[in-house]
Design a protein around this ligand. Structure first.
Ligand SMILES: [Zn+2]
Length: 120
């Protein structure tokens, strides 16, 4: 497995998510200020503000997973399922390089409703 390739992807992703989440928060704040100035159609503005902050929140959840994956690269456990230590399918890692679970455990967790499969 080419760890360096995943590491680079995860580092790029970390940067993108940080930038995107900052932008969403900023947009959300600007939208809030606009709303304060213009009470004309506040329900529409509320939804817009909400969606920016929801996006930022989603980013921060994935960002945390990306950072956890980078930490696993550092301690040489990357690519292993955190439940049973088994190998994570290469196709899964290519699609979702920050995933901490093999397909079996991801499926089990999803079935139990305790995890969600975050994809960008
Ligand atoms: Zn597993």
């Amino acid at each position: 497995m080419n760890i360096q390739r995943y590491k680079k992807r995860l580092l790029d992703l970390e940067k993108q998510l940080e930038a995107h989440s900052e932008r969403e928060i900023k947009d959300g704040q600007e939208e809030l200020i606009d709303t304060a100035h213009d009470l004309g159609d506040s329900s529409v503005a509320d939804v817009a503000v909400e969606s920016h902050f929801t996006e930022a929140e989603l980013d921060s959840i994935i960002l945390q997973q990306v950072r956890d994956a980078l930490a696993r690269i550092e301690n040489a456990t990357f690519g292993k399922c955190i439940v049973d230590g088994g190998p994570i399918e290469p196709k899964r890692l290519d699609a979702v390089p920050w995933t901490p679970y093999c397909l079996k455990h991801q499926t089990l967790l999803e079935a139990a409703g305790r995890a969600r499969n975050w994809t960008l």
